[in-house]
Ligand binder design. Sequence first.
Ligand code: PLP
Length: 378
Amino acid sequence: MKAYFDYAATSPPDPRVLKAMMPFFRQKFGNPSSIHSWGREAKTALDLARERVSRLLGAEAEEIIFTSGGTEANNLAIQGIAWRQGKGHIVTSRIEHHSVLRTCQFLEKQGFKVTYLPVGREGRVSPEAVQEAIRKDTILVSIMWVNNEIGAIQPIKEIAKICQDYRIPFHTDAVQGFGKLEINVKKLGISLLSASSHKIYGPKGVGCLYKAEDVELRPMLYGGHHERKIRAGTENVPGIVGFGEACRIAGKEMKRDEEKARGLRKRILKACLSIPDSWLNGDLNGLPSIANFGFRGIEGEALVLKLDLAGIAASTGSACAEKELEPSHVLLALGLSPMEAHGSLRLSWGRFTEQEEVDYLLEVLPEKIEELRRISPV
Ligand SMILES: Cc1ncc(COP(=O)(O)O)c(C=O)c1O
């Protein structure tokens, strides 16, 4: 038996997405910048995908810049603003994804100033703290929509309002919330938003940055006039077509996906929290498809490996932290001790999770925890 509980790392592509992509690998292989019929055909497909992505954000199609994924979108947003201004201060949080944190750390080395806001035990940044951190020289606020390790949803509406009042561009890394939560960038006054296709049943290596019409960025790649001169390079047409189809489906099925995720969460939470000495990292107001548990006396990596041997995919936090064996910066920011942070398990599920997979997980997990506790020195 195999059971996949790592949807927050990546989701299985929807078969409808694959079907939409296939023709663009072979018959419809044109370069969208070419003026002949092959090129026009690809350009039409690109335009449709752009329209579909923008619709899911409440944006205009022209405000979507396709990128190679969430990492590039975050870099483009933050470095694009920073290098356009040349100097200044950035406000972000301690629980951001590494593609935001390490970009900010790099900019600090280049002379920019950065404030990393703390979070409470529930994993949320307070809007008041954002307001207090804003200075005369603040050039950008970047706060993620949904945290990838614990699923905490940030008070984006309130933070966006503060940034609007101070006339500071607001960027949000929405990679984990896009396609799962209702998002309307216009209503909220968001300046920049990053999204990724492979978290919403689309292909890997494609994503986008939403950039409000009036926001100016310095490009990171120079070359042709692609993507309104902000992101040079021939577009990944099959990937973008798949991303567009994933967005079309998400727009139609968001409520159904959410209800399903809530039902699964109820079962998983009840069973996991009935394991002795367990707790939930974050709280119950997070994304319904992610839960992060602590199990006292357990090494998260050892548990993930044991589950893997039993055919179950889970993670200790973010996929990138997995190889580093460092305690998660997110869990430390919640106030957990390094020992507690090492004992975490992130489970995430989605559209294709079967009840049988949950049955299997809930049968195997308590056994594996018991086995590890028996040999644990603590
Ligand atoms: C919150 C968050 N931001 C950014 C990324 C990076 O996205 P991508 O894998 O498309 O580069 C991820 C992926 O794990 C994520 O969870």
